[in-house]
Design a protein around this ligand. Structure first.
Ligand code: PLP
Length: 447
């Protein structure tokens, strides 16, 4: 251990950054102390924002999944966070992968040790060249929801195992997909007849209740619809063997969602064991949301554009408008794109203030706003939040739950780099993570 309490890390995979031990909090602090040392040495970009990724959290989510949904194999939705360690850990733990593109398929297969049968190409509207590449890479399972897709697949990947993506109720989710994907039930018989005519092999049904689903009872109706499609398929001459229950799993509601799913599957698929039905899901957010925290530096502070020109005037103290604007070095064009694309509301907390990691509860607070670093005014991280009034340039803010739909969609607009990750195998579950990754690497994978 060095003076920050953080170890120097180990390298299980030579091509990736080191892996540390210990609670993420230790690494948030160590990262900040390292930044101060770099700043003292006048290093460029010394105070750069950074993530701490806790792989033991991903491991715990996997254990939670296995405990509540033992019959359902998770195919991690790579789009949510294609982090190289997350992919390796989930590969080592036996998960499958939901890929949206050629790029994601290559990224997963490049890791090694992942049979293409562990991939579902779960994008119902694919470029022909992508379908052809999937065929070349040995990926057989893919979704469709329209007749043109069937013609494209018949031309370029005739042996594919097809999964019909159906429309379900997504009105209870942060991000609804039904406006773009999913075959309404009344179109299913026609699509299946077309598939049959083209000599294609349709093996099952998928749906997605929408990402960030806050009413898990919708899974019941989705399974009911899937059952109806299994029956329609039989009419056309297909015997389905795959049920894909999609994503949408919210951390706080996971066990509830699992209970609804389990009951519905028991109700609508009572003969699944005898019929060898394989059930999979495509969770993204559930696995990674809590596993990543972000630390960002306050790079500027100013008074709001009001009559008051000085921070701390009496007028603003009594107002319900933010009295101070903080500018940090990651924003809406970076990790906080989740505000625009993923409808997230961001709650900063103080990581370090005036060189101390301890902020007394008695510290006077004031209404503040937090902004990203670019020259665009849409780049607002939090329009109204309460922060200590003594907070100033050089202090650090922290953000929890930054693992899902954040860095994967970050841009470098205005020349700001995407924030790096410091990795830890965490406290609880840390030794299991190290064990899983070491065995994976010893087989020659992920290097
Ligand atoms: N599967 C598909 C086809 C998706 O489009 C998405 C998200 O966009 C997911 C799975 C992952 O969803 P979630 O992160 O809500 O679990």
């Amino acid at each position: 251990s060095d003076e920050d309490g953080a170890d120097s890390g180990i390298r299980i995979f030579p091509s990736l950054p080191p892996l540390h031990h210990g609670h993420p909090e230790i690494h948030l602090r160590a990262g900040i102390m390292q930044a101060s040392r770099l700043a003292e040495d006048h290093e460029p970009n010394a105070e750069k924002a950074f993530f701490v990724g806790d792989l033991s959290q991903v491991y715990r989510q996997h254990m939670r999944w296995k405990a509540s949904l033992p019959e359902i194999q998770p195919f991690y939705a790579v789009k949510c966070n294609p982090d190289p360690y997350v992919i390796r850990l989930l590969a080592a733990l036996g998960a499958g992968f939901d890929c949206a593109s050629n790029g994601e398929i290559s990224q997963v297969l490049k890791v090694g040790g992942i049979d293409p049968a562990r991939i579902i190409f779960a994008n119902p509207c694919k470029a022909v060249s992508f379908i052809r590449s999937a065929a070349k890479m040995g990926v057989e399972t893919m979704t469709f929801d329209n007749a043109d897709e069937l013609h494209k697949i018949a031309r370029s990947h005739g042996s594919a195992r097809l999964v019909i993506r159906i429309l379900t109720d997504d009105s209870k989710s942060l991000c609804a997909f039904g406006i773009k994907f999913g075959a309404p039930l009344n179109t299913v018989p026609g699509l299946l007849a077309k598939a049959r005519e083209l000599g294609l092999d349709v093996v099952g049904v998928s749906f997605h209740v929408g990402s960030g689903c806050y009413d898990p009872s919708v899974y019941t109706d989705a399974i009911r619809r899937a059952r109806a499609v299994f029956d329609m398929a039989r009419e056309v001459g297909y015997t389905f063997s795959l049920l894909d229950v999609g994503g949408g799993f919210e951390d706080a509601l996971f066990e509830q969602a699992a209970a609804f799913l389990t009951q519905a599957i028991e109700l609508y698929f009572p003969d699944r064991h005898a019929e060898n039905l394989k059930i999979i899901a495509e969770p993204g957010r559930f696995y990674v949301s809590k596993a990543f925290k972000l630390a960002a530096n306050i790079i500027a502070r100013r008074a709001p554009l009001t009559e008051a020109s000085e921070i701390d005037t009496a007028a603003e103290a009594s107002s319900d408008q933010p009295g101070v604007m903080y500018y940090i070095n990651d924003g809406v064009y970076g990790a906080f794109n989740c505000i625009l694309f993923d409808h997230q509301v961001i709650h900063p907390f103080v990581l370090s203030m005036n060189g101390s990691f301890h902020v007394p509860e008695s510290e006077p607070q004031k209404l503040s706003s937090v902004w990203g670093p670019t020259c665009d005014s849409i780049d607002c991280v939090s329009p109204k939040t309460t922060l200590p009034s003594a907070l100033q340039v050089g202090d650090w803010l922290g953000f929890d739950n930054m693992g899902a739909y954040t860095s994967c969609a970050a841009s470098q607009f205005n020349g700001f780099e995407v924030s790096n990750v410091i990795y830890t195998m965490g406290g609880v579950g840390g030794s299991e993570v190290q064990q899983a990754l070491t065995v994976f690497a010893a087989s020659g994978y992920g290097l």
